[in-house]
Design a protein around this ligand. Structure first.
Ligand code: ATP
Ligand code: MG
Length: 734
């Protein structure tokens, strides 16, 4: 692939197709370097260690490295940093490649740090010859003792003064496999008194008699990460080596190794590479650090993710609750939603914790535009329409998407018996419940208005409803436009396909599961309700989809046909995300006082029947997520004819819970008070809303990015915040 070919299948913005040009401190550096002719072409790399599956934090690094290459007509390599064979596995190597492709990126070249083992070895010999490295016989424990502390300088190793000849001899014998693991190391000879501990003669080679996933038994010694990484960058001509903040203190060592080895001026060190078909263009790389992505209610450390899989706390690396890319994919996340997240959170040097809801909103936004709509019922209750003849079958044509006609239409069968959602009926409804009640009316989506005439029970449990369909409200009839408060979804019982529906939620029930200051570990904070499996019914057109098809089940959320288990004759759907942010609402509820909550239950913002049935005090006290998203009632449309549905009304239906009139108003005007179920309302209600936003934007902008436009409705225009007055902003951090 040529240097200037775009290296991504991604549709990310590049400024040439009407999308905004991205602006952050790293891109600014790249821009300046090109303007100053410091580089003629940009080369980046994504360098995972194949010791686990990639997670969403890696997605940020992938989008950054591949994104910059794409935006500046450069290239990005995928390089496996495989210098620690004990923890690495070919399974991870394959999964990482799969994940990068899935995210929408193509690497210019696939490399391994192990491709360069011979170069590293020769470079180490050069360091020894130049008096820049020595073989040290101290044990690991002794090395620690000699290293000193943050306040005290280290002491020279007794082996620091070995002659070049002795060092060369010992190092060559290390390479020949003469010594046991840990018996000796090769150390860079830098400065034991340095204020930076990383510079106090760090080890650059260790003895390890372990087979390597790429080089087999060829090497009994392996280079240390700090030595191998920078030289790999230099060999590939990486111009900007982007890494996370924890490497900031390692940067002097990075630069020291690059300068001391000086690959561009010593071709004898790397001349084997071009001969082996590896394009080599040594250049001095520049390391730039940015902050890691951390998301609340999530653990991101590979060590913990490995442990969770090994201990069976989750069902494997691709468990849909895992933050791994394989898990998110199985959960129904789209590559574009993850790229959107990367764009939204931006790049800065400020460590922060991103709200899980920002990730979820990215998916909602993506799927709202692209996911075909279907009807499904996840907690079924039968409704028999007694005035519809037995055996009557009708086929209706429904649009697949309210806004996007190109997604076409589908046939939806209707018959005398339908499944409706159990939540959509209440015998004793609270005020403001606009769904079905005894003797009451509701619109069946696309059918007409039905009245509930009988409630059939087995003891206390409702087992069936009987009702009648008002024929005058059917499509084309004079009463089709009759006003009615609620519209509910349904599935024809005769045609319904039983489906396994997996309702997923956050894996942890505390925002920071890594916090073990109270003696508890992340294992103690697993959310027991993070996975619930129910049997529901879906319309035939939902069942027949291929695995990994993403659908919106109307009023319920976005679902994906499971990548592994879904079959058209035995459908399995995973809930990707609810239609609204039920967590924001739950958090808000926890802040209410009990009397307020009780008052709320009687007010126009009626909670769902399920939450209304719960003891209100438990809602205040329980720190767990709501088990299901209360299904919003559909908008009270004047007409709900399947093919003639108003797109504008459907847009409103997607955005607003119409069971709450105040929410509807709030969402439109973004002012006033409301029950807080709609995120925009929560923000608008906060008395500190404008100040908080400004303060945070100011803070973020000094770091060259703004994390707040999504949540707080301010706008980030070329590094300046639209909500910000009188505060100098911009990309000042280099
Ligand atoms: P380990 O704990 O094994 O070091 P790691 O998460 O650092 O794991 P690597 O395979 O070393 O994983 O990471 C590959 C690249 O991804 C590195 O450049 C690293 O800085 C970046 N990266 C890792 N985690 C994150 C994160 N949470 N946010 C942004 N970038 C990340
Ligand atoms: Mg790492």
């Amino acid at each position: 692939m040529s240097e200037h070919q775009l290296t991504s299948k991604n549709d990310a913005s590049d400024g040439e197709h009407g999308d905004p040009v991205r602006s952050d401190f790293i891109r600014q550096i790249v821009r300046d370097d090109l303007a100053d002719h410091r580089h003629t072409a940009i080369r980046t790399r994504f360098p995972p260690e194949p010791n686990g599956y990639l997670h969403i934090g890696h997605a940020k690094a992938i989008c950054l490295n591949f994104g910059i290459a794409q935006e500046f007509a450069g290239v990005c390599n995928l390089r496996f940093d495989d210098t620690n064979p004990a923890r690495e596995d070919p399974e991870y190597v394959a999964a990482i490649q799969d994940d990068v492709h899935w995210l929408g990126f193509e690497w210019a070249e696939l490399r391994h740090a192990s491709d360069y083992f011979e170069v590293f070895y020769r470079s180490a010999l050069k360091l020894i010859e130049d008096g820049n490295a020595y073989v040290c016989d101290l044990t690991a424990e002794q090395v620690r003792e000699y290293r000193g502390t943050l306040t005290e300088p280290g002491r020279d190793s007794p082996y620091r003064g070995r002659s070049v000849i002795e060092n060369l001899d010992l190092f060559q014998r290390m390479r020949a496999g003469e010594f046991a693991d840990g018996a000796r190391t090769l150390r860079a000879k830098i400065d034991m008194a340095s204020g930076n501990i990383n510079m106090r003669d760090p080890a650059i080679y260790r003895i390890k008699h372990v087979a390597h996933q790429n080089t087999g038994d060829a090497w009994p010694i392996y280079p240390m990460y700090d030595y191998a990484h920078c030289l790999s960058d230099a060999l590939e001509g990486i111009t900007h080596s982007l890494c996370t903040l924890e490497f900031e203190d390692h940067r002097p060592l990075y630069d020291w190794c690059v300068d001391a080895v000086d690959l561009p001026n010593h071709p004898q060190l790397w001349k084997t590479l071009p001969a082996a078909g590896l394009k080599t263009r040594p250049e001095k790389p520049r390391q730039i650090e940015f902050s890691r992505l951390n998301i609340d209610y999530t653990v991101m450390s590979k060590r913990k993710l490995v442990a969770m899989v090994a201990e069976g706390l989750v069902e494997g690396w691709d468990d849909p609750r895992m933050p791994t890319l394989q898990g998110l994919r199985r959960r129904g996340y789209t590559p574009s939603s993850l790229r959107l997240l990367a764009e939204r959170i931006g790049i800065s040097k400020q460590n922060s914790l991103t709200d899980f809801s920002i990730l979820e909103n990215c998916l909602r936004e993506d799927l709202d535009a692209s996911a075909p709509r279907r009807l499904a019922v996840i907690d079924p209750l039968k409704l028999v329409l007694t005035n519809v003849p037995e055996g009557h079958v009708e086929t209706l044509r429904f649009p697949n998407h309210p806004k996007n006609e190109s997604l076409g239409t589908r046939e939806v069968p209707f018959s005398r018996e339908v499944w409706i959602e159990r939540d959509d009926f209440m015998e004793v409804p609270p005020k403001g419940f606009h769904r079905l009640v005894p003797g009451g009316e509701v619109r069946l989506r696309g059918i007409g208005i039905v009245r509930c005439t009988d409630v059939i029970k087995d003891g206390e449990r409702i087992i069936e409803l009987r009702g009648t369909l008002d024929p005058d409200t059917r499509h084309g009839m004079p009463g089709a436009d009759r006003k009615i408060k609620g519209t509910i979804h349904w599935v024809s019982a005769m045609h319904a396909i039983a489906a396994e529906i997996r309702l997923y939620d956050r894996l942890f029930n505390v925002p920071d599961p890594d916090d073990d200051s109270d003696g508890k570990t992340y294992r103690d904070h697993l959310n027991p309700d993070s996975r619930r499996v129910v049997t529901g019914y879906v319309e035939p057109a939902a069942a027949i989809v291929e695995s990994e098809t993403r659908l919106q089940f109307e009023r319920l959320g976005y679902f994906v046909a499971d990548r592994r288990d879904h079959r058209p004759n035995a459908p399995v759907f995973n809930r990707s995300v609810t239609l609204r942010d039920t967590w924001a609402a739950a958090m808000k509820i926890r802040l209410f006082t009990l009397p307020f909550l009780l008052a709320l239950m009687g007010a126009s913002c009626a909670p769902s029947p399920r939450s209304a049935a719960v003891d209100a005090s438990s809602l205040v006290a329980q720190p767990t997520a709501p088990r299901t998203s209360p299904a919003p009632s559909m908008p009270a449309t004047e007409s709900d004819n399947p093919v003639a549905a108003s797109p504008l009304k459907q847009i409103a239906a997607d955005k607003v819970d119409y069971s709450c009139k105040i929410n509807a108003d709030c969402a439109v005007k973004n002012v006033g008070s409301c029950c807080g179920a709609y995120p925009a309302c929560v923000n608008a209600n906060s008395p500190t809303f404008p100040n908080q936003v400004k303060a945070q934007c100011a803070k973020d902008h000094r770091m060259g990015t703004c994390n707040y436009p999504v949540v707080h409705g301010c706008e980030c225009v070329q590094g300046k915040c639209s909500n910000l007055t009188g505060i100098s902003s911009g990309n000042s951090v280099r």
